[in-house]
Design a protein around this ligand. Structure first.
Ligand code: SF4
Length: 351
């Protein structure tokens, strides 16, 4: 066993995190859900989501059998909803093609929707103690600093080098799950993005970035690209009963399948909305403060425009892709966090 690995394991025994909910009863299913939730989201945010998710979906079968809506509803607030849609798809594949059991072959796991190499390896390292290296963001940071590895870790040649290093340090026979957790913990608690706690680090003697006083330089940042901005209008249609129209978004694209406001390119109420939903425009509108939200590939600036409308056809009520939300009722399942915030604000200010 290499010095680095041994020191890390000794540190983990004393300092490592051992009471996270997904560390109990480490089945492939439980590890998988935690790994997907932890992508782009911090541990303390994930814990309550994870516990609720496990209560409703304790195993693959319950997740595979559930309607997508219920899965999305439990995900609402975590963001990056593709993760939830992929979880559901993958659960159905495992349930129907693998008899409800995760395959033990990493390549078969990688072929499932939404599971990359590092996640597949983490699932097998934790649940079956297979000697497979992981390389999530935390591990990349630790290894890049340890070796002062030049280049952005997203570049294929740099990533290849990092995988080689990850493999070198991963034990081959014993303590595989412990090591996997230890290196994740090191990255999450000591070798943090800013201000790493090198004086407390068990591997500082091996770390080139520390020796060269260069921790801030590694890993190299991604080449700057500024995100494009998309501007849009959210149409807040209020009927004579003060109910507000929510529309289910298409399955693909941002907030796929979740409830939001009808969206338009201009602040006016387009005729096709009135026609489609059987409404009359009462020609009173009010512009509210824009809401801003950053997605992985663009920034959204949406200006809410409140319109008073009157329902003229009862058919407008029976459309399953819309609902009239009474502000005094609980919100429907599956409302993205920024929309929820706006609805709560409207109710509070009685707008
Ligand atoms: Fe990270 Fe500092 Fe430890 Fe190096 S010494 S691995 S930079 S915490």
């Amino acid at each position: 066993m290499l010095d680095f690995t041994r020191k890390l394991l000794t540190w983990y025994k004393i300092q490592g995190r051992k009471n996270l909910p997904w560390q109990e009863n480490k089945t492939a299913y439980r590890v998988w859900i935690s790994e997907i939730m932890l992508q782009q989201t911090q541990v303390k945010t994930v814990i309550p989501y994870y516990l609720r998710f496990m209560e409703v979906f304790p195993d693959i079968a319950t997740l595979a059998d559930a309607p997508l809506d219920t899965v999305l509803a439990l995900w609402a607030g975590l963001g990056y909803y593709t993760r939830a849609r992929n979880l559901h798809k993958t659960a159905m594949i495992i349930q129907h093609h693998y008899n409800g059991k995760f395959p033990s072959d990493p390549e078969k796991i990688i072929a499932l929707p939404g599971i990359g190499r590092s996640t597949a390896h983490a699932i097998l390292a934790f649940s079956e103690k297979q000697a497979l290296p992981i390389l999530d963001g935390n591990v990349k940071r630790v290894l890049a600093r340890l070796h002062t590895l030049p280049g952005w870790p997203g570049k294929p040649d740099v990533e290849k080098k990092l995988w080689e290093l990850a493999e070198t340090y991963t034990p081959t026979r014993r303590y595989i799950a412990e090591y996997t957790q230890a290196i994740m913990d090191l990255g999450a608690t000591l070798c943090t993005r800013s201000k790493p706690k090198c004086n407390d680090c068990p591997v500082s003697n091996e770390c080139l970035a520390f020796k060269n006083n260069a921790t801030a330089l590694y890993p190299h940042p991604s080449p700057k690209k500024s995100l494009p901005t998309k501007r849009t209008f959210f149409l807040l249609l209020k009927n004579q009963k003060n109910e507000i129209l929510l529309e289910r978004r298409p399955e693909t694209g941002i907030w796929g399948g979740l409830w939001s406001f009808p969206e338009a390119e201009t602040p006016d109420l387009p005729f096709h909305y009135l026609n489609h939903y059987g409404l009359n425009d009462e020609h009173t509108s009010q512009v509210l403060d824009p809401i801003k939200h950053t997605f992985s590939h663009f920034k959204l600036i949406a200006t809410p425009i409140k319109h008073r409308v009157r329902i003229k056809r009862s058919s407008a009520m029976s459309n399953t892709s819309i609902l009239w939300h009474n502000p005094h009722d609980p919100l429907p399942k599956g409302v993205p966090a920024p929309i929820k915030k706006l609805l709560q604000q409207l109710e509070k200010e009685n707008v």
